[in-house]
Design a binder for this molecule. Structure first.
Ligand code: SAH
Length: 218
């Protein structure tokens, strides 16, 4: 049924494990998750190669190594409640769903969210809730979150997301201008986020929803 299992095992060994990703739970989640289902069918034969791929709507699915590195840095446990901003294809969402208790994922482009939901249903990953909207606002109804991951490039650490984290919670977010960012790991202590830089990365922008609110105020 899964013609790509061999390719996937090779991807995990040759692109991910050799570059220092050691967490066995992360590696197992990546072997178990058929990445090709998350990309357009014309791209299936590229799904296990070492680079990002185009999605609809001008967005991209991240390089497998970056997904692995972000997931390992996030340190997800079976008890974790995770907030993900930028559902995109849902691939990172699926990896998180295999590791966490519950994943709440927010995407600003409706068609991507709808497609991702279908793929996760097909994989029978049920511990995920999807929201369409601007991720700068997070998802306050279900806060606090133990882990927050942002998969679009933020100019600064989004403070509303920090507010929605639990004490000791962790956040992984690419921070910097368009074109190049620093992948940042933050740990929340009190009202502060203690930050550490992990590596240079390139993500699509974390866009602002500029639509006026219903009442006409910005
Ligand atoms: N993790 C995704 C990567 C998708 S690329 C994957 O594995 O496929 C980043 C995604 O962030 C895009 O889908 C983009 O539409 C979304 N995005 C950008 N700005 C956003 C915002 N303000 N709120 C929510 N999602 C946003």
């Amino acid at each position: 049924m899964d013609n790509y299992l061999q390719a996937r095992r090779r991807m995990v060994e040759e692109q991910i494990a050799v570059r220092g990703i050691r967490d066995p739970r992360v590696l197992a989640a990546m072997v178990a998750t058929p990445r090709h289902l998350f990309v357009p069918e014309g791209q299936w034969h590229h799904a296990y190669e070492d680079h990002p791929l185009p999605l609809d709507e001008g967005q991209t699915i991240s390089q497998p190594f970056i997904v692995a590195a972000m997931t390992e840095a996030l340190d997800v446990t079976p008890e974790s409640k995770v907030l993900e901003i930028g559902t995109g294809s849902g691939y990172q969402t699926a990896i998180l769903a295999r590791l966490a208790r519950m994943v709440y994922t927010v995407e600003i482009i409706q068609s991507l969210s709808v497609r991702a939901r279908l793929v996760l249903q097909r994989l029978d990953l049920r511990n995920v809730r999807f929201r369409i909207g601007d991720g700068h606002r997070g998802w306050p109804e279900f806060a606090p979150y133990d882990r927050v991951i942002v998969t679009a490039a933020a100019e600064t650490v989004p403070y509303q997301l920090v507010e929605q984290m639990s004490e000791g919670g962790k956040m992984v977010v690419p921070v910097g201008p368009v074109g190049v960012q620093v992948l940042t790991l933050g740990v929340k202590h009190g009202t502060k986020l203690v930050q550490r830089h992990l590596m240079g990365v390139v993500f699509v922008p974390f866009v602002h929803d500029r639509k006026p609110a219903e009442n006409g105020r910005p």
